[in-house]
Design a protein around this ligand. Structure first.
Ligand code: 5RP
Length: 231
């Protein structure tokens, strides 16, 4: 007897495209959609363009996403023009089983947290490599006021973390908000809610890239064999 034809495993890029398309199921007619940042979200934006006539537009979490949305003909609203969004769709650098995440690999964490906070639901779209048991293997991004960077780096050292200022083209990277990012390795974040609350109140910290208070309500995880929904 012939065995059934084997289905080729999806590449990481195909997993991202698949979850980007799957996220459309969480967008309703007439919505203004909260849109995150990154390569997975870029796939979502491309999918969103196919239903652009059905939505009012988007609130974006970065200059890069705003440019992509506008280039595809999707109107972008300032977050101050919109009181509440039904849904925010964004990627993650790590996500655990409770929906707690590390974000900010694309340096957009502050605006991402703002748009997430004004949204009723956070749908995380990610490929399988992002699913972890405990947060912390991915270097934790923290947006800081530049004059506080070295002091914040010393505070992380006291927690056992090694931090450095993120660079681009040989100089400190400057975020969309005119600030710097430090990336912290060597942490194991077992209490994401408490950790986020503590680091957020260190002087000079703009945003810590732990999203626990703004956790994901649902994750569409791309796997080599298709999309898994994690609640
Ligand atoms: C940007 C982010 C992104 O969501 C995160 O870095 C994941 O990006 P990608 O989809 O490219 O893997 O937090 O600040």
């Amino acid at each position: 007897m012939n065995s059934p034809p084997s289905v080729p495993a999806l590449s990481q890029d195909e997993q991202k495209a698949q979850v980007g398309r799957a996220a459309l199921a969480h967008v309703a007619k007439g919505d203004i959609v909260g849109v995150g940042t990154g390569s997975t979200v870029n796939k979502f934006i491309d999918a969103l363009a196919t239903i652009k006539e059905d939505i009012r537009g988007a609130v974006s979490s970065s200059v890069a996403s705003t440019e992509r949305l506008r280039a595809l003909g999707i109107p972008v609203f300032d977050s101050n023009e919109v009181e509440e969004l039904a849904v925010y769709i964004d990627g993650a650098d790590e996500i655990d089983g409770r929906g707690y995440m590390i974000k900010g690999g694309g340096a957009a964490l502050t605006r991402e947290k703002i748009v997430a906070a004004q949204s009723r639901r956070f749908i995380c779209i990610a490929d399988a490599s992002k699913r972890v048991n405990t947060l912390g293997a991915f270097p934790l991004p923290v947006e800081v006021i530049p004059m506080a960077a070295q002091r914040v780096i010393r505070q992380f050292a006291r927690l056992g973390g090694m931090a450095q200022v993120r660079e681009k083209d040989g100089a400190a990277l400057v975020t969309d908000n005119g600030q710097h990012i430090i990336d912290v390795t060597g942490l194991r974040i077992t209490d994401p809610l408490g950790f986020e609350s503590e680091v957020n109140q260190w002087p000079g910290v703009v945003t810590v890239g732990v999203f626990a208070h703004q956790r994901a309500n649902l994750c569409l995880l791309g796997t080599p064999s298709g999309v898994q929904t994690l609640r």
